[in-house]
Design a protein around this ligand. Structure first.
Ligand code: SF4
Length: 492
């Protein structure tokens, strides 16, 4: 057996926070448990030097920091397609694709389904937490009927958005898969069962038997809006009622058949019509005549329409830093100020793996005329709060543009010619003022002090205050911090 020379992709995980020993997963997240089990199985079975993982896009994207084996990172939904290539190119290796329910059940469903149908020789670990975790909790194909997500705020209504997708039940109808099972990591007993199932998945790949799918029900406390204990209960009570656990197919052990869904326990999955949970009973979705009504915004009061003014040039901004530094809020603040000034404006966040602990960024465009595209490739103004963002974006700034960077960031790269660089001690000032979380307010002060936005100071201040609408106790504090920071920058 040849071994794979490449080990983990990275030795370091650049991210916010001082303690980099903890994982990027939220407390109580099922991914963390599964990551540990996979690592244990791989190591205990002596397969670490002969395993190639194919990583997804989603909360599980950073597995390449945790599993010290060979990795390939696939585009969103393409892990099964990439795994097909890997297992054909390296039939001597163990290939494992790791996917979430958005990744496998939605955008990548056809790739995964066709790979299963062809009986490709790889194992697929499929994490089902009933929604899109990384991007903020939108509805996924696996969302339960009646479950509230950010895109089904009144609960999923099957009349509008269909029924939950049962991946194991569908895949076990195919001829080729040798193993299809569903487990959970919601409590200790289930975690032990899950480990056995992961071992079985590795065994099948080690012995070159064929395609295997392991679905794992996992809690997502953050997007369920629950503490870890309640999220685990939701997983056991609500999710298992819809997605029963069991082995749907294990060809070697004679469980299930190509046209049957009999589980190890003998129950017939086709007869198991899952009950619609009592707590998640589907309620009729209210109808609204306008977006303003839906969001409770008084029409025409809070939203002055933009006024066309060809004399106002378009200005493009990029804001970047670590998740948690308030970088997206800073972008919203500038866009809101532009809106108050009756400019056309767009705010566009970047949803990538950065959302889970690395860098985050957003683009803002402000113009006197309607805007064609919200994406910003060459900003006029770049605001950076960390080194990875600075290195990534500084070369893109337009001639005549401005870069405002936190002074903790080492200037390893110089901005292009004709671009002005300001180093602002935003993080230090915020710490010195006793409010470390207000580094973004310090950056807003810098934007005002350097006249970087082309917007009125008054509107920027109103927008800052409006961003604390839900925490009114912070409005005056941030207004005060803004003025103190401006005074400090003026005196610097
Ligand atoms: S958002 Fe959900 S799935 Fe993603 S890391 Fe947090 S708890 Fe886990």
């Amino acid at each position: 057996m040849k071994t794979i020379e490449q080990k983990g992709m990275y030795q370091k995980f650049p991210r916010s926070g001082k303690d980099t020993r903890v994982t990027h997963y939220c407390a109580g997240c099922g991914h963390g448990i599964v990551n540990k089990l996979v690592a244990e199985c791989c190591a205990e079975m002596g397969l670490q030097d002969n395993t190639i993982f194919v990583d997804p896009v989603g909360c599980g994207v950073f597995t390449y920091y945790y599993w010290d084996a060979a990795h390939i990172s696939a585009a969103h939904g393409r892990a099964s397609a990439a795994a097909t290539g890997v297992c054909r190119a390296r039939p001597d290796a163990v290939t494992i694709a790791y996917q979430g329910d958005g990744d496998l059940g939605a955008i990548g469903f056809n790739n995964a389904f066709q790979a299963a149908s062809r009986g490709e020789k790889f194992g697929c670990i499929f994490i089902n937490n009933s929604l899109y975790g990384m991007t903020g909790g939108q509805m996924a194909p696996t969302t339960l009927e009646g479950e509230k997500t950010t895109t089904t705020p009144f609960g999923r209504d099957p009349a509008l958005t269909g029924h939950p997708l049962h991946v194991c039940e569908v895949f076990s109808q195919l001829q080729a898969p040798v193993y299809v099972a569903r487990v959970s990591v919601a409590d200790t007993k289930r975690i032990m069962q899950c480990k056995q199932a992961i071992k079985r998945l590795f065994e099948i790949q080690r012995d070159r038997k064929g395609y295997a799918l392991l679905e794992i029900l996992a809690p997502c406390p953050t997007n369920f809006g629950m503490n870890p204990l309640k999220a685990a209960e939701f997983c056991m009570n609500e999710m298992e009622a819809e997605f029963p656990l069991g082995v749907f197919r294990d060809a070697e052990k004679g469980v299930g058949g190509s046209r049957s869904c009999a589980t190890e326990g003998g129950a017939d999955a086709q007869e198991r019509v899952p009950p619609v949970s009592a707590t998640l009973a589907v309620k009729p979705v209210p109808r609204f005549s306008s977006c303003a009504e839906l969001f409770g915004v008084p029409d025409g009061v809070d939203a002055p329409p933009a006024v066309d003014d060809p004399s106002v040039p378009e200005r493009r901004f990029k804001f970047a830093g670590y998740g948690g530094q308030g970088i997206l809020s800073l972008g919203i603040c500038v866009a809101e100020a532009a809106r108050l000034q009756k400019r056309h404006t767009l705010w566009f966040p970047s949803y990538g793996p950065e959302q889970r602990g690395g860098s985050a960024s957003c683009s803002v465009v402000v113009s006197g005329m309607p805007i064609g595209s919200p994406t910003v490739e060459h900003p006029d103004v770049l605001v950076c709060m960390n080194q990875p963002s600075y290195e990534r974006f500084v070369g893109d700034v337009k001639r005549g543009g401005i870069v405002i960077v936190d002074s903790t960031v080492p200037i390893t790269k110089h901005p292009p010619e004709g671009v002005k660089l300001y180093q602002v001690p935003a993080i230090k000032m915020a710490e010195d003022f006793g409010v470390p979380k207000a580094a973004n307010t310090m950056m807003l002060a810098a934007l005002r002090a350097f006249k970087a936005t082309g917007l009125d100071d008054e509107h920027l201040e109103t927008a800052l205050c409006a961003s604390f609408k839900k925490k009114p106790q912070l409005v005056e504090k941030n207004r005060d911090l803004l003025h103190r920071a401006e005074a400090a920058l003026a005196g610097a």
